[in-house]
Write a protein that binds this ligand. Structure first.
Ligand SMILES: Cc1ncc(COP(=O)(O)O)c(C=O)c1O
Length: 96
């Protein structure tokens, strides 16, 4: 699908893991596929970051995660804070 529609995609967003099924996405492999098609990837780490390590990897690495999001209460911290990690240039474009 990424190969077929890559030229029409702006962003590929995937869930890192499911708390319903326990399935963990092969984030590195999907990131590499996305980047081969020239598309950035966003990983929803809500169910992943509390029980797995996840390496964002450097810019230019085939398995680099362009954007990572998660809510910190999934890591047993107080409610109310979310995390959005992304390219600096994205955050320079306007008010958060
Ligand atoms: C994969 C995933 N993303 C996002 C969320 C939303 O998280 P919350 O609304 O608790 O911040 C959940 C909630 O369980 C989730 O499982």
């Amino acid at each position: 699908m990424i190969v077929q529609y890559g030229n029409r995609l702006k962003l590929i967003s995937i869930s890192g893991a499911s708390n319903v099924t326990g399935y963990k996405s092969d984030v590195g492999r999907i990131a590499a596929m996305a980047h081969r098609a020239g598309v950035p990837i966003l990983v929803d780490g809500a169910q992943l970051v509390s029980n797995s390590s996840l390496e964002v990897k450097p810019d230019g690495h085939p398995e680099h995660i362009d954007c990572l999001v998660f809510s910190v209460h999934k890591m047993y911290t107080p409610f109310g804070t979310g995390v959005l990690i992304g390219p600096k240039k994205t955050f320079l474009r306007g008010a958060p």
